[in-house]
Design a protein around this ligand. Structure first.
Ligand code: NAD
Ligand code: GLY
Length: 366
């Protein structure tokens, strides 16, 4: 097991990355010296695959394990299901020294982390991420929360985990489309922070897609290092942390305008990264042909690179709260200067955004 550290003063914690390490989780959790009562939160899909192994490991380490399951799906990431979870925690008599273990993807991690933040004004929790997206992104950094009918991730808390336990072997059961979606966030790290990593991803696509252990370990480690560094320097997104949202402004608009469900989050982010790279060139922030490089890597990993045909610019602009009235104003974007470096808060004239979205993100025909 390789350990990285997220430095946050008294809220610092380790990210432990290994292969086949679920059986050792119990001992690691005992290392946090919690009370013997503990909750294991998961969904039926992940529980069927890994629940018994995790439970046994925790039981062997001396814990009385109370299992809580939430149905599988983003539509259950709600206050209602958080409350049901809290009810279970109360029924199980978890105390203030209890630990909550979140076993699953970003949905389980976000919601269980939020429940941990709320229960008795905050108990510790451990992330055991089982999707690529959760291993490289959502389990690290302490953004927890749920969706509200009026907006995604609008209700939540900053609440850091006490440990992130990554077992790379869990990625073997992940549907390929989910794996590819996670790759969008990995590519994002290359664009925002590390050109050499971006090149590595281009050179090792075959190994990565075959889940070759060394390539996978490098990819998850480097992604977590970058996220940990950014979060350590700006936990609450006063500035720097916003770079993690590269590709998300237009990506989020694509998700909203297509009604959620057509695209996985990572797929929409892939489209957004390409579109925003093109925008960076249009407004001359990008000093090189950054769009071409981003698009090529996105496509190499089988991710969509273009705003879907038939999706009207007006619908996207509306999703970005940029209607006709606002078109004289400007918008702020995270734009790449080149692969490896982005600028946050770059003002872009609304017309430039409209022009980009009207022509789609496709290159002009020759
Ligand atoms: P998810 O949690 O819905 O998991 C995707 C699917 O894979 C689910 O059906 C799940 O049951 C299944 N699954 C999970 N692990 C598996 C495995 N090992 N084998 C087989 N199937 C498995 O989706 P996700 O992409 O992991 O996370 C998306 C969520 O993360 C969104 O709600 C998003 O808002 C959130 N998010 C949070 C942050 C953050 O910083 N907190 C960052 C990015 C995304
Ligand atoms: N996913 C963006 C962040 O953690 O800040």
């Amino acid at each position: 097991v390789e350990r990285l550290r997220v430095e946050l003063a008294d809220r610092s914690y380790d990210i432990a990355i290994g292969t086949g390490t679920l059986d050792a989780l119990g001992d690691a959790v005992r290392g946090l010296s919690p009370s013997p009562r503990l909750a294991l939160v998961s969904n039926p899909t992940v529980h069927a695959l890994y629940g018994p192994r995790v439970r046994d490991s925790l039981t062997r380490a001396g814990f009385a394990v109370h299992e809580v399951t939430v149905p599988d799906g983003e539509q259950y990431k709600t206050l209602l299901w958080t409350e049901k979870m809290l009810t279970e925690l109360l029924r199980s008599r978890l105390d203030r020294r209890s630990v909550l273990v979140a076993l699953g993807g970003g949905v389980i991690g976000d919601m269980a982390g939020f429940a941990a933040a709320l229960y008795m004004r905050g108990i510790r929790f451990v992330q055991v991420p089982t999707t690529l997206l959760a291993q490289v992104d959502s389990s690290v950094g302490g953004k927890t929360g749920v969706n509200h009918p009026l907006g995604k991730n609008m209700i939540g808390a900053f609440w850091q985990p006490s440990l992130v336990w990554v077992d790379l072997e869990t990625l073997r059961s992940l549907p390929p489309r989910q794996f590819r979606a996670g790759m969008a966030e990995v590519i994002k790290y290359g664009v925002i922070r590390d050109e050499a990593f971006f090149r590595f991803l281009g050179e090792h696509e075959k190994d990565v897609s075959a889940l070759e252990p060394e390539a996978l370990a490098h990819l998850v480690r480097r992604s977590c290092e970058i996220k940990a560094e950014v979060v350590s320097r700006d936990e609450r997104e006063a500035g720097l942390r916003a770079i993690l949202n590269y590709g998300h402004t237009i990506g989020h608009a694509v998700e909203t305008a297509t009604g959620y469900g057509a695209y996985l989050h990572g797929e929409a982010v892939a489209i957004g990264m390409c579109a925003e790279a093109r925008l960076a060139e249009a407004v001359k922030v990008a000093a090189e042909k950054v769009h071409e490089r981003v698009r090529r890597l996105v496509e190499l990993y089988g991710l969509p690179a273009e705003v879907p045909e038939g999706l009207e610019a007006a619908a996207l602009l509306e999703a970005m709260h940029l209607d006709k009235k606002a078109l004289s104003g400007e918008m702020r974007f995270i734009l790449p200067v080149r692969v490896g470096t982005v600028r946050v808060n770059e003002p872009v004239p609304a017309e430039a955004v409209q022009a980009l979205l009207s022509t789609g993100s496709r290159p002009p025909s020759p």
